[in-house]
Write a protein that binds this ligand. Structure first.
Ligand code: SF4
Length: 440
């Protein structure tokens, strides 16, 4: 039930939580932080929550069952205590949240401009509270990273993050933008946060330099935006200023889309070459146009192949000149309702075309808040129940999907079918991707 030991990313700074706690601290509200991930059994929680006035929880769809249990225990131990919840699940599934009597306040949407008042005087608010966010991320104060618990592990560069295979450590995680303007039907990104301005380029560089001075030296960084490769004007300014003004041209991880890579190839290439964008996360999802349409990805297989061939070419050139070549962090989705075996083979073929790739494969999960998720839940096809939003990569999430086939596909059991439509040089490449399966 409990994740132990936590994976590398589970120990990363939580930026939403970090910002809220920073705001609370500067307004004189003291908070302690505790994660249910640190528990071995629920019994241990009784002692942890004893004596507190309020339990504040960030609830995501997959943590909903944990939040429900934690709230019940908090109320048993502190009968007069209040449980205040917020986060993605409060926004996308308020009915499920309201059905839990232990949740005293449920805050929907962003909370940075309401949290101080809500915590100081919760009784002045109705049970379902509409949050208020800042207009622009430029209005945010810099998150105090020292409020994040120190895991006190050897070689953990707290409050920075350890190296995780994307670039040298210590790693700084940052956010430059919060909103993705696309509407992929499997993603609940847009339903959560209303449109809001991006941080200025200068603010981002200043934060990196500050972290480097105070906690560094930084080895690389991760831009944790849902969509970094948007707003060409901002990106152009980044290309002009980052290499000049940052203490070092650190390599970084950030996300893009294949259709915009195809639309702005020169901008993409300049970012990779001049700003050291070394791990490019792209939601390729599928190698089949049929499936990309089901997902409303608004990218075609041709867009995907364009981005792949372009990065292969840039990588070959940089490698030949003695530099570390850039890689894809390729998000791939399988087990999508309506996907045929041939569609899935197309996806594996596409993966094989990438010369340098860290694949990140997941089985489609029908989360509430996403259009397809709502539809499958309404049709009774979701296997993700209130008690068990899924926990493991190969959990079965949708009725009628042949997970056995997909598990075997990732083990390379259908190599012959996959290779039948590939040129010889790609046939020789391993098609075993079992180890790349992650939780959606
Ligand atoms: S999947 Fe990616 S591109 Fe699509 S809406 Fe979500 S964040 Fe945006």
């Amino acid at each position: 039930m409990f994740v132990r030991p936590a994976g590398a990313h589970d120990r990363w700074q939580d930026h939403g939580l970090g910002l809220l706690r920073t705001i609370l601290k500067s307004n004189g509200v003291e908070t302690d932080l505790f994660s249910t991930r640190l528990l071995r059994t629920w019994d241990e929680l009784h002692a942890r929550v004893a004596g507190y006035d309020q339990l504040i929880m960030n609830v995501r769809s997959y943590t909903f069952p944990f939040a429900f249990q934690a709230a019940k225990i908090f109320k048993q131990v502190n009968p007069n205590g209040l449980v205040i919840t917020g986060g993605m699940h409060a926004t996308v599934a308020p009915d499920e949240m309201e059905a839990i009597p232990a949740f005293d306040r449920i805050c929907q949407g962003p909370g940075e401009n309401i949290i101080v008042d809500l915590l100081k005087d919760p009784h002045a608010f109705p049970r379902l509270v509409i949050g208020q966010g800042a207009k622009s991320m430029s209005d945010w104060q810099m998150m105090d990273r020292t409020m994040w618990p120190n895991p006190n592990l050897p070689e953990f560069p707290w409050p920075l993050e350890p190296e995780c295979g994307w670039g040298p450590g210590p790693v700084a995680t940052i956010i430059t933008s919060r909103v993705c303007p696309w509407q992929c039907v499997f993603c609940n990104e847009a339903s959560y946060i209303p449109n809001m301005g991006r941080k200025s380029v200068d603010q981002v560089i200043d934060e990196l330099n500050f972290l480097d001075d105070k906690f560094g030296p930084i080895g690389s960084f991760v831009i944790h935006d849902s969509m970094f490769f948007q707003s060409p004007r901002w990106l152009q300014e980044w290309i002009e200023k980052y290499p000049r003004k940052a203490h070092k041209r650190w390599s970084y991880w950030a996300a893009g889309r294949s259709d915009t890579v195809r639309q702005w190839p020169d901008l993409f290439e300049a970012l990779v070459r001049e700003t050291n964008w070394n791990i490019i996360s792209i939601g390729f999802e599928s190698g089949s146009d049929r499936v990309l349409k089901i997902l409303n990805k608004e990218c075609t297989a041709e867009d995907n192949y364009f981005a792949i061939d372009l990065l292969n070419k840039i990588g070959d050139d940089l490698e030949a000149r003695g530099y570390i070549p850039p890689k894809f962090w390729a998000n791939i989705m399988l087990g999508i309702p309506g996907e045929t075996r041939e569609d899935a083979y197309d996806t594996i073929r596409m993966l094989k075309r990438m010369k340098r790739v860290l694949p990140s494969i997941s089985y489609y999960a029908p989360y509430p808040g996403s259009a397809l998720g709502y539809q499958l839940i309404a049709e009774g096809k979701s296997r993700m129940s209130k008690e068990n939003y899924h926990r493991y990569p190969n959990d079965e999430k949708v009725k009628g999907i042949d997970y056995k086939f997909y598990n075997q596909l990732l083990k390379g059991k259908f190599e012959r079918d996959v290779n039948a439509k590939l040129p010889q040089f790609l046939r020789d490449k391993s098609g075993v991707y079992e180890g790349a399966l992650i939780k959606a």
